[in-house]
Write a protein that binds this ligand. Sequence first.
Ligand SMILES: Nc1nc2c(ncn2[C@@H]2O[C@H](COP(=O)(O)OP(=O)(O)OP(=O)(O)O)[C@@H](O)[C@H]2O)c(=O)[nH]1
Ligand SMILES: [Mg+2]
Length: 206
Amino acid sequence: MSNNVPKHVIQEVSFIGSYPRVSIAPSSGKPEIAFIGRSNVGKSSLINMICGRKKLAKTSSTPGKTQMINLFDVDDRWIIADLPGYGYAKVSKKTRGKWSKMITDYLLEREDLVTVFVLVDARVKPQESDLEKIVWLGQKQIPFGIIFTKVEKLKNTELGNNVDTYIAHLQEHFDPLPNYFITSAKTKTGGQELLDYIEYILDSVN
Ligand SMILES: Nc1nc2c(ncn2[C@@H]2O[C@H](COP(=O)(O)OP(=O)(O)OP(=O)(O)O)[C@@H](O)[C@H]2O)c(=O)[nH]1
Ligand SMILES: [Mg+2]
């Protein structure tokens, strides 16, 4: 990026609330961006990273921490939605079903939603539950991007190989390919690129 372009930073974030169903989540009319992905992939940590706050969204080393739709107002301009994870085997089938419905209903019904980011763990091979979700988003024509997380755990060559494998899978379904981002909440990698892209999206919907 040219040095003349100001870097996008988030100034003020406030917690709006937690909602068990999209139907009761208040709408501000501001563009909303959601973060989804398997339990423990690092959704809440990534949100904290881009907001420059340590404990805005609650995180845990135990999967299944985020259990509702959590909304945050960003600079009185846009909204972040932190959602529960999907595919966590250790919660009951009933709870899994409830979270899954919460996410699906949110994605289908949320009128303010402008883009959803699907977070995938850069360390593991493409997971069926992620690929299914991604293909479904494409079918429903819901705009999305992919965020690889925890990349500091990998050597550059491993990361390159894993991303290439993922892209090869996506190429079977998408042309053009979805945008993707390489991030680590631990080393604060990739936040600027993500924020720049979010600004681009916000500009294009205004
Ligand atoms: N090494 C490493 N660990 C990370 C990174 N991001 C998150 N984690 C860890 O992964 C675990 C889960 O992080 P969360 O942000 O709570 O994950 P989540 O996707 O919000 O999980 P649920 O709310 O349970 O669905 C925590 O122990 C984090 O510290 C990262 O970039 N690198
Ligand atoms: Mg979470």
